[in-house]
Design a protein around this ligand. Structure first.
Ligand code: NDP
Length: 239
């Protein structure tokens, strides 16, 4: 059997695409998210589905250790779970800021801490953090989301340098706008409408999430001694 892959935020969007793609390639999986019913409906072979909020480090670790008992050590952790709540800082509820910072940054840190020591001891293993083009450039209404994703770039590159001598790869994919459920959580209707108008400038649709999944797989499938440190993928027409 191929090696164990852990995917956070697997119930929809990029995470769901990656679950199907890596399962088709023969990997056992641990799928993590809160909407466990959706992930169970995928009905994938050699797959453990666990209801875990990535902010809860102990539940996260419990699920990873359980999967390792069944399928062996984690070879790839994809820190994909994320939340985008667009807003202007002078209007947005600070609870929304906190939620983005906790899920988008602390969730990634929690996952990394759970797998890294063991990977370093084995001189093997990979982490892919899903950031965003908003972690490289700014967009209106994105202040806190963008801050969280710039943070993901910073922590990814820092950890990559720290562990590189052990042959462990810490990589980052920064997608542009894609057709997923992400925008749906934003609470401002006018901002959501503005986003749809902006998407019209890309021909009405944004990137198909399957290309992000394929990018992650391409990066992972390279030999362990080679690393794509960062990959930015977006619709050609996106600004
Ligand atoms: P979706 O909203 O479709 O997926 C987000 C996933 O994250 C869901 O499966 C959700 O599952 C999970 N999730 C959210 N909060 C938590 C939590 N606290 N604990 C565990 N799981 C959680 O959006 P995308 O697929 O687009 O988002 C995936 C990643 O891609 C995010 O990090 C996002 O920031 C990033 N991204 C997305 C872009 C886009 O345009 N779509 C562009 C650039 C980056 P559940 O609700 O079941 O917990």
């Amino acid at each position: 059997m191929k090696k164990l892959i852990v995917i956070t935020g697997a119930s929809s969007g990029f995470g769901k695409e990656m679950a199907y793609l890596f399962s088709r390639a023969g990997h056992p999986l641990l799928l993590i998210g809160r909407r466990v019913d959706l992930m169970e409906q995928f009905n994938l072979p050699n797959t453990l589905v666990r209801k875990v909020d990535v902010r809860d480090a102990s539940e996260f670790e419990k699920a990873v250790r359980e999967a390792e008992q069944k399928y062996g050590k984690v070879d790839l952790l994809i820190n994909n779970a994320g939340m985008m709540l667009l807003g202007n800082v002078w209007e947005q509820d600070s609870d929304e800021w906190q939620m983005m910072l906790d899920i988008n940054i602390k969730g990634v840190l929690n996952g990394s801490k759970i797998v890294l020591k063991d990977m370093m001891e084995r001189n093997a293993g990979s982490i892919v953090n899903i950031s965003s083009i908003a972690g490289r450039k700014t967009f209106g209404n994105h202040a806190v989301y963008s801050a969280s994703k710039f943070g993901v770039h910073a922590l990814t590159e820092t950890i990559r340098e720290e562990v590189a001598s052990t042959n462990v790869r810490v990589m980052l994919v920064a997608p542009g706008a894609a057709e997923t459920e992400l925008l749906g959580h934003t609470t401002s209707d006018s901002i959501k409408e503005g986003y749809q108008e902006w998407k019209a400038t890309m021909g009405g649709t944004s990137m198909n999430p399957k290309y992000v999944a394929e990018s992650v797989k391409f990066m992972y499938d390279l030999p362990q001694e080679v690393i794509i440190r960062e990959l930015l993928i977006a619709a050609t027409k996106q600004d």
